[in-house]
Ligand binder design. Structure first.
Ligand SMILES: [Zn+2]
Length: 350
């Protein structure tokens, strides 16, 4: 088994090992669970190649290279048209699952966005439970709502955690960035490789990072300062999403032009707008998470200094601050609109 085949998924050795071990004798369905920026997509592609390769993923043969390029006749990669999967789309996939492989020993179906199955999930269940022996499903999901527990229970689950900074640095260096810049960007990437790549092209990123680093010095215990800082952060979030918004505008224009050319009434516009809204919200959350990560690291430096100096009261204070931030981040991950406001968190850090 080639290491090269899996080199696109650094920092996920546990998940990758689990998938590699599954290649020789795969079950009928796998669920790769984790944020998109953690590398689930590239891992799924490598896994598909390994399943189609007669040598379990040599990384160089015709099967491997075509599967990695998503151009293998026995690798089916369906896409959903709208913001989520529709029943008719899932029925079609269920039909494809019955087909015999053309060249490889099996058919692999790589189904992304399984968290968007919604009402179409029942149409997939039976196939997922007993597909033909030559068909293997690889499902990808950012997170699985409880309503899709039935899907989860029919799959072997492989979890992907957010990446650590070193893994992000490796990805960026692999992209050709110099080590210093890679390290700087990794600090603001919040464990998300997709976000890291967007930051590379983001000129305002360094100043936003500097603002978060400067927060501890500015906190003076007054509500007025906290409000001012939060206002600046909100403004910087608007600045941060600007490149994404520009990309969305271009995408919409393209959709409209296409519809005009085909003489169609604009279709899919609302779905695209919804998708854009979700992307922007997720990006803003990532930005806040990254900022809080920078803040937590600043307080961890205080903590280390206090421990080294044997200053017990300072240790207690620094620990409480690091804890408060990590609790806030945990709550934020579960609930995009945490009940505890950023203002209250900053006041607690004073
Ligand atoms: Zn191969």
């Amino acid at each position: 088994m080639s290491e090269d085949l899996w080199s696109g998924t650094p920092g996920q050795s546990l998940a990758v090992a689990q998938l590699q071990a599954a290649v020789a004798n795969p079950v009928h369905a796998y669920l790769l669970l984790g944020p998109a920026g953690a590398g689930t997509r590239s891992a799924a592609r490598s896994f598909a190649a390994a399943l189609l390769c007669p040598d379990g993923g040599c990384g160089t043969c015709n099967h491997c290279t075509r599967a990695m390029a998503l151009h293998h006749p026995d690798l089916i990669v369906p896409r959903h048209d709208g913001p989520g999967w529709r029943v008719d789309e899932i029925r079609e996939i269920a039909g494809q699952a019955q087909r015999r492989p053309l060249e490889a020993a099996r058919t692999v179906i790589l189904l992304a966005d399984a968290h968007l199955l919604g009402g179409a999930a029942p149409a997939l269940l039976k196939t997922l439970e007993e597909p033909p022996v030559t068909t293997t499903f690889i499902l990808l999901a950012d997170d699985l709502p409880r309503s899709l527990e039935t899907i989860r229970s029919r799959c072997a689950e492989v979890r992907f955690e957010l990446l650590n900074q070193q893994a992000i640095i490796e990805i960026l260096e692999h992209d050709g960035l110099d080590p210093e810049r890679a390290a700087e960007i990794a600090e603001g990437a919040a464990g998300d490789a997709i976000r890291a790549r967007l930051l590379v092209a983001d000129p305002g990123f360094a100043s936003r990072l500097a603002r978060w680093r400067g927060v501890p010095q500015r906190l003076d215990g007054t509500g007025r300062t906290v409000v001012a800082i939060v206002e600046e952060i909100q403004a910087s979030l608007d600045e941060a999403v600007a490149p994404l918004v520009a990309h969305h505008v271009a995408e919409l224009a393209e959709l409209d032009a296409q519809a005009k050319e085909l003489g169609l009434r604009v279709s899919g516009r609302k779905e695209l707008l919804d998708h854009h809204k979700r992307e922007i919200r997720a990006y803003r959350e990532g930005e806040i998470r990254a900022g809080l990560g920078v803040l937590a690291r600043a307080y961890r430096v205080d903590l280390a200094a206090a421990v080294a100096a044997g200053a017990d009261p300072a240790v207690v204070v620094a620990m409480a601050r690091v804890d408060a931030i990590s609790r806030y981040v945990t709550v934020m991950r579960r609930n995009p609109r945490p009940s505890l406001s950023l203002e209250r968190l900053l006041l607690a850090l004073c």
